[in-house]
Design a protein around this ligand. Sequence first.
Ligand code: NAD
Length: 333
Amino acid sequence: MTSFLPTVLVAGGAGFIGSHLCETLLARGHRVICLDSFLSGRRENVLPLTNHPSFRLIEGDVTDPVDIPGPLDQIYNLACAASPPQYQADPVHTMRTNVIGCGNLLELAQAKGARFLQASTSEVYGDPLAHPQTEDYWGNVNCTGPRACYDEGKRAAETLCFDYLRTGAIDVRVARIFNTYGPNMRPDDGRIISNLICQALQDQPMTLYGDGTQTRSFCYVSDLVEGLIALMEVPAAPEGAVNLGNPGEFSVLELAGLIRQMVPGSLKPVFCPLPQDDPRRRQPDITLARQLLRWQPHVPLKQGLRATIDWFAVHQGVHAPRIAQTEIKEMRS
Ligand code: NAD
């Protein structure tokens, strides 16, 4: 039962999305406990929150048994590195985080009678054969490839969530998040928007993989956080997962072109081989979120990019990844 001032656990709360979620929940008067191992999250992300009287930070790994004293009304599980270089660095730990970590938090939710929201991902659709992706599409995932620790781990976590939901043990909601961007991303985490912006700001050529015609849909982080909270707050748990993302679809070339326009003097992109199992197209169908949650994103890509570029211009302390010359296939204008 949600009290007037809910106490909320945000696992993975020091990460990119989690830190914005913690900040927004605090602004709404919630008590927030952030549990994070700092595997891919940054202390700087939550530093501004540490003086808030309703904020508590616990350093811990969700693959260990999780014990939080006192009542809990809601648990958001965002704990899992989200960028390929980070989740592939220790794939066994990534898989354990997704399955054992999610299981530990579900047990905690059951013990506390807390509502549970799982941050799943559009990666459960793999390299999709259906376009745009609706929630009833079962996906096209390589279960033995280098991305499987993340994709299949998230699929297994969804299975666990719905098993707990079906037993009636917990009120569980699952968000399938599509590419999200904004301030508090790590400059060195290898995600497309942070990579391209940091390269442009540091007078390096932007690195594009493949021929740049693959598409992605980009959601600004404040829109996504509103969607996560709407899914947590909706009175009846939806029967299945709910897509959250921005349906605007852009090719990687178009994205690079926009960033070049917004960062004066940025260099021509260079092209590198496409990573294994990289999806060709990604676009959420958010009909369900519109209907169930009355939610849709509002921030246009240009406006979100402006805010993100301005943030990186002030905060980037780490150099953008430099590309090996041998990797460069072709220079194009
Ligand atoms: P992030 O890497 O910035 O945040 C993940 C946080 O989880 C980090 O603070 C990290 O330290 C923490 N963490 C990782 N493993 C942990 C463990 N075993 N125990 C405790 N803490 C752990 O990533 P993000 O972009 O903020 O993503 C947050 C969640 O949303 C992830 O679960 C991710 O799969 C999901 N998601 C994100 C996107 C996106 O575009 N950003 C898209 C789809 C899904």
